[in-house]
Write a protein that binds this ligand. Structure first.
Ligand code: NAG
Ligand code: NAG
Ligand code: NAG
Ligand code: NAG
Length: 383
């Protein structure tokens, strides 16, 4: 192992690696490296790992890695690369990890990953990629992690992920994606993490998240979503937390969470336009402990909205536009410990609204236009 970190070695010459016949791992990071000689790696064809992170490389000589027939890891993250030749990684069939993140790549040749049939991790994050060819990932049948976050992708081509049968993590957050083709994730049955937050999605096709029974993390928040389809989430029992915020949704389908039975925490909050919640929305969340509905525009709540949430401990309804609450709305919340009703438009509450919430220890009521007349007397007595 040879580590030349922070060493100011700005040129890797034809001779730099000469006679280092036992060298398996080379780390040359944070070193202002700007030039690699076209034959820079010829002297060390036995290298398995090359780490060139955080340097000043803006180009790479054609086929510079081609002598490295047994290489397993190449890290080029944190450089200035804009263009990568189509044959740059040709013949590197043993490559397991390729990190091209934090560069300035705009385009990738459609066949640049052809032959990397053992690749497990591909990081293309934090570049300027606008478009990807529909077949660019087609040989990567063993790929487990694909990161394309923080780019400028506007479109995903139909079928682009179809051969990635081994994929477990797909990060697409912080792009400009406007539309998803129907069924684009349907081949990804092993997936545990899919991130789509911070894009420009106004809608999501029917059944988009079906066939991913192992999913543990799914993010779609911070998209200008206008509506969601009636069937969206397939069976995904391992998701324990779900966030849906910063959207333009006015309401959500009644069965949106019906397949997310493992949820412990649901944050359907900070949706400026969210006005209506369907009566059965929380029908099938037998383990839910925390529900946040704060900072929406809710005016009324259906009377039985919370009736199945017998394990719920924390309920946040603050920063809405609630004027009244149905008399029995909290009746079945027998585990409730904390409720926040702050900053609504409530002027009175029924005297027995919290009568069955015997575990309750914190109730926040401030910043409501309470009306001090006889109607509130029973509630005052409860306090
Ligand atoms: C690297 O170069 C910088 C600026 O030229 C200098 O300040 C620094 O001491 C050098 N570091 C080493 C390890 O030579
Ligand atoms: C490599 O080894 C050969 C033979 O011992 C020697 O002539 C040559 O100078 C060495 N090169 C370097 C860069 O050390
Ligand atoms: C729940 O998932 C199952 C299996 O993936 C599917 O058949 C069903 O339609 C889903 N329900 C909803 C409401 O999407
Ligand atoms: C929630 O609403 C309050 C009052 O409208 C506002 O001050 C606060 O910034 C909001 N929080 C978020 C996260 O938007």
């Amino acid at each position: 192992t040879l580590l030349l970190d922070k060493g100011n070695m700005s040129v890797l010459s034809e001779k730099s690696l000469e006679n280092k016949t036992l060298l398996l791992r080379l780390g040359l990071t944070n070193s202002h490296l700007h030039t690699i000689h076209p034959l820079g790696f010829h002297a060390a064809p036995q290298l398995k790992s090359i780490k060139l992170t955080n340097n000043d490389l803006s180009t790479l000589p054609a086929r510079v890695f081609s002598p490295l027939s047994v290489v397993e890891e190449i890290y080029l993250d944190g450089n200035q690369l804009e263009i990568i030749g189509p044959d740059m990684f040709e013949g590197l069939g043993g490559l397991l990890v390729l990190d091209l993140s934090r560069n300035k790549i705009r385009d990738l040749p459609p066949d640049m990953f052809d032959g990397l049939s053992n690749l497990l991790l591909l990081n293309l994050g934090r570049n300027n990629i606008k478009k990807l060819s529909p077949t660019i990932f087609h040989t990567l049948t063993k790929l487990q992690r694909l990161r394309i976050y923080y780019n400028e992708l506007e479109v995903l081509e139909p079928g682009i992920f179809d051969r990635l049968k081994s994929l477990i993590v797909l990060n697409l957050h912080h792009n400009q994606i406007k539309r998803l083709p129907p069924g684009i994730f349907w081949s990804l049955e092993k997936m545990t993490e899919l991130t789509l937050s911070y894009n420009q999605l106004e809608g999501v096709p029917h059944k988009s998240f079906y066939n991913m029974p192992k999913l543990k993390k799914l993010t779609i928040y911070s998209n200008p979503l206008l509506s969601l389809p009636d069937e969206l989430m397939g069976h995904m029992p391992y998701i324990t937390q779900f966030y849906l915020y910063e959207t333009n949704l006015v309401t959500v389908p009644g069965n949106l969470f019906a397949n997310m039975s493992g949820l412990l925490e649901l944050n359907l909050h900070v949706n400026e336009k969210l006005r209506y919640l369907p009566p059965d929305l929380f029908c099938c969340l037998p383990n839910l402990v925390k529900l946040s509905l704060r900072n929406n525009s809710l005016r009324d709540l259906p009377p039985n909205l919370f009736s199945k949430l017998t394990t719920l401990q924390i309920l946040l309804l603050n920063q809405n536009k609630l004027r009244t609450l149905p008399e029995n709305i909290f009746q079945d919340l027998t585990s409730l410990v904390t409720i926040d009703l702050r900053s609504n438009r409530l002027n009175t509450l029924p005297g027995d609204i919290f009568l069955s919430n015997t575990a309750l220890t914190a109730v926040t009521l401030s910043d409501n236009p309470w009306r001090c007349d006889c109607a509130i007397r029973e509630f005052l007595r409860w306090i």
